[in-house]
Write a protein that binds this ligand. Structure first.
Ligand SMILES: CC(C)(COP(=O)(O)OP(=O)(O)OC[C@H]1O[C@@H](n2cnc3c(N)ncnc32)[C@H](O)[C@@H]1OP(=O)(O)O)[C@@H](O)C(=O)NCCC(=O)NCCS
Length: 209
């Protein structure tokens, strides 16, 4: 399996969602995930986006922290190449919020609209639900139609519109907050077995969109 995905020359138009496999990420996937992220850094200006620089070590460190807290970190593969990834992090650090997560999802720009997002996000939702989390939250740039549509297609609803919370490339930007319940959501109290102990949450990366 080639996890490096250097140029992603695969003709995405020929791929069908059935060809895309979602699985938990490994450290070996870090370069491929970084390459996907880096494409958005490199081309961010043209697309009106802006991302923080990141190293492979950052991804590996995040994966390790997340495994410790039973938080999913998934990749989507097409013909053995990693073409996308998604992960969840705690919604907030304080113990009261331990049943809520927020998440990020990225698909390689050569493979957009091929169904990877629609495979990754439901898989992430299922994994978070299985781990005992009850609410899932996304912050999406108000101009990011692809992400807004994908989230709504996966059961998220818009719960807040945050004005001028971002500033990039000389402009204030708005964010949309979307939410969906997992499992029993807030209809029933959480089970005794807590997915994340109150102790030790402090060292989990809060990075997300
Ligand atoms: C958002 C993103 C993950 C979607 O991934 P994707 O693999 O292209 O999405 P899919 O092909 O699975 O499409 C699923 C649905 O999302 C919506 N969608 C995806 N791209 C869209 C676009 N450009 N415009 C409108 N809707 C779009 C559609 O509803 C689509 O379903 P359909 O094809 O049946 O109409 C991808 O565009 C991406 O990585 N963007 C850059 C990073 C980013 O913005 N991440 C999200 C931060 S919150």
């Amino acid at each position: 399996m080639d996890a490096q995905a250097p140029d992603q020359q695969t003709d995405a138009a020929k791929a069908t969602p059935d060809d895309i496999v979602v699985r938990p990420s490994t450290d070996a996937d870090a370069p491929a995930m970084l390459a996907i992220y880096a494409r958005y850094v490199t081309h961010g200006l043209a697309k009106g986006a802006e991302f923080e620089p990141m190293q492979a070590g950052d991804i590996k460190r995040r994966r390790k922290n997340m495994q410790k807290h039973r938080l999913p970190h998934l990749v989507a593969e097409l013909n053995g190449q990693v073409i996308g990834y998604a992960y969840a992090v705690p919604f907030r650090k304080r113990p009261a919020y331990r049943y809520s997560v927020k998440h990020s999802i990225y698909v390689h720009e050569n493979h957009l609209r091929a169904g990877a997002g629609r495979k990754l996000l439901p898989a992430l939702i299922d994994a978070c639900a299985k781990a005992g989390y009850r609410q899932m939250i996304a912050y999406v740039d108000s101009e990011n139609q692809a992400s807004l549509k994908l989230h709504e297609a996966c059961g998220f609803r818009r719960v807040a519109y945050l004005e001028g919370v971002g500033f990039r490339f000389g402009h204030w930007t708005d964010s949309v907050m979307l939410q969906r319940a997992l499992g029993d959501g807030s209809d029933a109290p959480p089970p005794d077995h807590v997915p994340v102990s109150a102790v030790g949450l402090g060292d989990v990366s809060m990075e997300s969109d």
